[in-house]
Design a protein around this ligand. Structure first.
Ligand code: SF4
Ligand code: SF4
Length: 141
């Protein structure tokens, strides 16, 4: 699966673009987060690798700005369990286990659209990285 970030301007935000594309391309689009109001909107979504190119093109044809957000990686070797990232994470993607080791749930994490933990970590144990299928995504940046 690949994560894509969709940005809708005020001009197009009221159009049912995402549902049109799901129906037209028959692509399962898994919406992870959405923030939409009358001035515009942003959707973080996940789509199958094989559908990436045609889906991105379809959104861009309809005037949507598409980018490929980075993902978060946690180096547990560097972590000293200060808890700063745990307190900041808005979706509980980082938690501390009973033994105070850090547990990272990458499915819950919203990636570089948040990055709160990256800046907060005093040990530089957390970083943003390009999505691993970068070959697939390189010509879509
Ligand atoms: S980037 Fe945001 S959502 Fe992801 S683990 Fe860090 S604080 Fe949580
Ligand atoms: S902020 Fe860094 S050092 Fe502190 S618990 Fe999180 S990963 Fe570990």
């Amino acid at each position: 699966m690949v994560r894509i970030l969709l940005r809708f301007s005020e001009k197009i935000v009221e159009q049912p673009i995402t549902s049109q594309i799901i129906l037209e391309l028959k692509v399962p689009i898994n919406i992870i987060t959405a923030s939409i109001n009358s001035k515009g909107g942003e959707i973080l979504a996940e789509i199958p690798d094989a559908a990436l190119e045609k889906t991105v093109k379809a959104f861009r044809r309809k005037g949507v700005t598409v980018s490929l957000p980075k993902l978060i990686e946690v180096d547990t070797e560097k972590c000293f369990s200060c808890g700063a990232c745990v307190a900041l994470c808005p979706v509980e993607a980082i938690t501390l286990a009973e033994d105070f080791s850090i547990v990272f749930n990458k499915e819950k994490c919203v990636g570089s659209t948040c990055s709160a933990c990256v800046d907060a970590c005093p040990a530089r144990a957390i970083k943003s990285v390009k999505q691993s299928n970068s070959e697939l995504t390189s010509n879509l940046h």
